[in-house]
Design a binder for this molecule. Structure first.
Ligand code: NAP
Length: 293
């Protein structure tokens, strides 16, 4: 049973251990400590949790990190000034503005104000464009985590039919673009809410990536026997047997698909832990000057 489960917890720990070893080496040989700046705007509880756990990962791996918290009603001018300060700070190799931002702020303008050489989230149009072209760039952390899960669980991508359900700018679109580059050589189909016959399309997939945000959407009649399933979804559903009254599930009905598929990521413990690990990897690579000089 273990072989069928793609264990994101253990793979992400392995990646973090590799990053730690390289960080120690970078510090001792070159005197460079990878530095990550977090900008948190407002009181969104999920954003606070994400920034806290990313900060904890920095501590574990020996990164320098700074968190700046701005009030919910901060002006765009003040936020852009802070980004500009980090853009020029030599100790900072990566800047992460936790999304979503409050509605009065122009998210795209904020993303584009980042120095693309410190855009470790990979959301700047320059990095997004370079990824499509197959050029060196920061790859967005969740798509990067997905391809690492495939690679490290020996799931071949070359020549495979990949179906991605979801076309968001942070998961669906970038993972589809990444897998069609010559590095991965997959044949990719993208489905979204207006797609007809999703079941027919997805049941031809060798690799099915679900990034929808709908609990247990994918059932066994969506999949081909032996396919690899990557479940990106994180959904909270009511569960009266739990102390807190809920539990987290993915976009894939894990129990229903388990026997029919070849490999599958669980939720939690699949894609989720990979996102932070790849953020650390991107920041280390930035500090090493591996992406941009
Ligand atoms: N594990 C992680 O680290 C991680 C990271 C990011 C996100 N997530 C999770 O992944 C899920 C997706 O996130 P996201 O940011 O990509 O979500 P999003 O921005 O809401 O995008 C959802 C996508 O799913 C499509 N969709 C919605 N209903 C559909 C349906 N009935 N049939 C087919 N397609 C449908 C939408 O189509 P349209 O474009 O037509 O609206 C959209 O493209 C969420 O549960 C999120 O919490 C996890």
């Amino acid at each position: 049973m273990e072989n069928k489960i793609i264990d994101g917890k253990s793979i992400s720990s392995q990646i973090k251990a590799e990053v730690k070893t390289e960080t120690d080496k970078l510090k001792s040989e070159k005197g460079i400590t990878p530095g990550l700046a977090f900008i948190l705007v407002g009181e969104n509880p999920a954003s606070k949790v994400y920034v806290k756990s990313k900060g904890k990962a920095c501590e574990e791996l020996g990164f320098h990190s700074v968190t700046e918290t701005l009030p919910e009603n901060v002006s765009e001018e003040v936020l852009l000034e802070l980004i500009s300060k980090f853009n020029d700070d030599e100790k900072i190799h990566g800047i992460l503005t936790q999304l979503p931002l409050p509605a009065h702020l122009n998210q795209q303008r904020v993303i584009e104000s980042l120095n693309y050489k410190k855009d470790v989230d990979g959301f700047h149009p320059l990095n997004a464009g370079r990824m499509v072209l197959g050029e060196k760039c920061f790859i967005p952390c969740t798509p990067y985590g997905i391809v690492e899960l495939l690679k490290r669980s020996n799931a071949e991508t070359e020549g495979k039919n990949v179906v991605v359900i979801g076309r968001s700018n942070i998961v669906g679109k970038p993972v589809a673009n990444l897998l069609m580059t010559t590095k991965f050589n997959s044949t990719v189909t993208v489905c979204h809410s207006k797609t007809k016959n999703i079941k027919d399309i997805s049941s031809r997939a060798d690799i099915l990536i679900a990034a929808i945000g709908k609990a247990n959407f994918v059932t066994k009649d969506f999949i081909k026997e032996g396919c690899v399933i990557i479940d990106v979804g994180i959904n909270r559903i009511e569960d009266k047997t739990k102390k807190n009254g809920f539990r987290m599930v993915g976009d894939v009905d894990f129990e229903d698909c388990f026997d029919k598929c070849g490999k599958i990521t669980p939720v939690p413990g699949g894609v989720g832990p990979m996102t932070i690990a790849m953020l650390m990897k991107n920041t280390l690579d930035s500090a090493k000057g591996l992406i941009y000089e």
